[in-house]
Design a protein around this ligand. Structure first.
Ligand code: NAP
Length: 280
């Protein structure tokens, strides 16, 4: 059965489903099978990255599925070590060759790496690749407002999306509000906090029992009602299906606040603060 997932429209007119498939660690033949199974059941947005070394896996799943390419939304990301303009241009081309695709729907700068101070030229490379038709929509990950303000000041172009760490233990209220004010969509990475202790949280468990849903479903519904696109990763078709079966119930304001109230200043999974953390 094919489950349809609601869509939103980005500031550049591109549409995206509100839930996609994360693919970190999905590689090789097993990865292709997992992604193909997700697409067959209704997933259309697939998140990958140059650094996950699985763009080839994603491209193979795109070729194997019977869903037409134009219905899919394929994402990849530029790694920190290739932010210098010429390297960024080549890396985008290499990303396409690895996937054997003609274009990405979404291409993101993976981390700002502010100490390196090259993210503006990387952004210019994404802008130019979009003009050349290699990317439909351009965005960033892990950018703080100050980083995005610089992109706008120096290039005049705002990202369509900022993909950030977001789950009940780190609800990013301030950053999400800033995105809303600037017409940027929030995309949640590690939306289930990597199946950590969050999936045993008693508050969410109680809500799950009341709604006759799983804890993961309550969390993913919370992301949806916050207005964030989430990209839960699962290698199992059972859990993939569970993760998109969230459109037949809703959380009221009190329930939303209870979940948002679980957030903690030190709630990041691995203390990756984009102001100082660097990934290459
Ligand atoms: N931009 C960035 O810097 C950045 C950083 C991290 C991640 N990401 C992206 O975000 C995606 C999602 O984040 P993530 O992979 O870190 O974590 P996640 O999606 O929060 O959690 C994935 C883990 O949860 C398990 N899981 C999935 N659905 C479940 C369910 N219904 N019940 C119980 N367990 C479930 C998965 O196991 P099974 O596979 O066994 O189901 C896996 O171990 C990544 O895959 C990647 O595409 C981006």
């Amino acid at each position: 059965m094919n489950h349809s997932i609601p869509e939103i429209t980005l500031n550049d007119g591109v549409t995206l489903p509100v839930i996609g498939l994360g693919t970190y660690k999905l590689k090789g033949n097993e990865g292709v099978n997992a992604i193909e199974s997700a697409v067959d059941m209704g997933y259309r947005l697939i998140d990958s990255a140059y650094n996950y070394e699985n763009e080839g896996t994603v491209g193979e799943a795109v070729r194997r599925t019977s869903v037409p390419r134009e219905e899919l939304r394929i994402t990849s990301k530029l790694p920190g070590r290739y932010q210098q303009y010429d390297k960024a241009v080549t890396t985008i081309q290499e990303s396409l060759y690895r996937a054997n695709l003609d274009y990405y729907d979404l291409y993101l700068i993976h981390w700002p790496n502010p100490k390196q101070d090259q993210y503006v030229e990387a952004w210019q490379a994404l802008i130019d690749a979009k003009k050349a038709g290699l990317i439909r929509s351009i965005g960033v990950c892990n950018f703080l407002p100050e980083h995005i303000e610089r992109l706008e000041k120096e290039t005049g172009i705002m990202p369509s999306i900022n993909q950030i760490e977001l789950h009940p233990y780190f609800n990013q209220a301030g950053q999400r509000k800033w995105h809303e004010e600037h017409n940027i969509k929030t995309e949640s990475w590690s939306p289930l906090a990597r199946a950590s202790k969050l999936l045993q949280n008693e508050t969410i468990q109680r809500l799950a029992i009341e709604h006759n849903k799983s804890i993961s479903q309550v969390i993913l519904r919370w992301h949806y009602q916050l207005g964030a696109i989430s990209i839960p990763k699962s290698s199992s078709s059972e859990r993939q299906l569970e993760n998109i079966s969230i459109f037949d119930f809703s959380l009221d304001e009190t329930e939303m606040s209870l979940i948002s109230g679980l957030t903690r200043p030190d709630g990041r999974l691995n203390n990756q603060d984009p102001a100082v953390y660097e990934e290459f």
